[in-house]
Design a protein around this ligand. Structure first.
Ligand SMILES: Nc1ncnc2c1ncn2[C@@H]1O[C@H](COP(=O)(O)OP(=O)(O)OP(=O)(O)O)[C@@H](O)[C@H]1O
Length: 263
């Protein structure tokens, strides 16, 4: 099956240094791909490049086979939902206003995309959408009063409001409690399985990747060192070298589970 989104030998340089080097990665319909690697490996840089927010020094990013740079921005942001690692609005927006902006994508989203302005979410509106993220009673609260996990969920609701066929999510599980992590991963899995959207998700929890993701790509010092089906990648000794730890591996319901020990 052809790729929805693909990086072809992409190199990103900043300050005279290659942050991502000759990275090739593709995402196909129905996939949830975990992008993992140590701090500073270049995961956010690669994700931002795939979203069209960084311009590579060389290489190409293609969306549905066409170079990203050739897409009109409104069409691109409707197809690619990008969830940043951190986000602070310039104004103390309510969650409702933020989700409305996400639903109206097509003039400026606060994190750099474009939108036509606040709009009602499809299929039942913003209230129904927010209920799915356990935010029903927090919708009219200013951003500054929301907890870290509530902000993460509101942002994800804003990004998913238009059901983008591609989701690029940078550490979406980081601020979530365990129950919310499971809800997040189940949601991404269900979207992919129903053909509603594929996702690349930056994760630090390899056991979430093992349980919920079809594929795992491992970035180390700007280079993709492993990319393949989750089981084989997570069993590969190169994973230990990439993270500089020793993983003890067990099997649980046919899935690998990893227990890191200092190497
Ligand atoms: N604009 C920039 N100029 C110079 N260096 C940068 C710039 N942006 C990021 N870096 C460096 O590039 C490297 C990759 O950063 P990036 O945020 O992509 O890593 P990451 O894998 O997402 O890390 P983490 O797991 O800590 O979030 C880091 O060493 C970072 O300090």
């Amino acid at each position: 099956m052809s790729a929805l989104l693909a990086a072809e030998s992409v190199t990103v340089r900043r300050g005279g240094r290659a942050l991502v080097e000759a990275a090739s990665l593709s995402l196909r319909a129905g996939e949830v791909l975990a992008l993992v690697g140590p701090n500073g490996a270049g995961k956010s840089t690669l994700l931002r490049t795939l979203a069209g927010l960084e311009t590579p020094a060389s290489g190409t990013v293609r969306l549905e086979g066409r170079p990203l740079a050739g897409w009109p921005v409104p069409a691109r942001v409707r197809r690619i939902g990008y969830l940043p690692q951190s986000f602070t609005p310039h104004w103390d927006l309510t969650a409702r206003a933020l989700i409305g902006l996400g639903a109206g994508r097509g003039a400026v989203l606060p994190w750099g995309g474009t939108a036509s302005g606040p709009a009602d979410a499809p299929d039942g509106g913003i209230d129904a959408l927010a209920a799915g993220f356990d935010l029903a009673d927090r919708l009219d609260r200013p951003w500054s009063t929301l907890s870290g996990g509530e902000r993460g969920r509101a942002l994800l609701a804003a990004v998913l409001a238009t059901e983008p066929p591609v989701l690029l999510a940078d550490e979406p599980a980081a601020a979530l409690d365990i129950a919310q992590q499971l809800r997040l991963m189940r949601r991404l899995r269900a979207r992919a399985d129903a053909g509603r959207g594929a996702a690349i998700v930056v994760l630090h929890d390899l056991n979430l990747a093992a349980r919920w993701c079809d594929r795992v790509a491992v970035l180390r010092a700007g280079r993709l060192v492993l990319d393949g089906e989750s089981g084989p990648v997570l069993r590969d000794p190169a994973l230990d070298a990439a993270f500089g730890v020793r993983f003890r591996r067990t099997a649980e319901a046919g899935r690998v589970m990893l227990w890191p020990e200092e190497g």
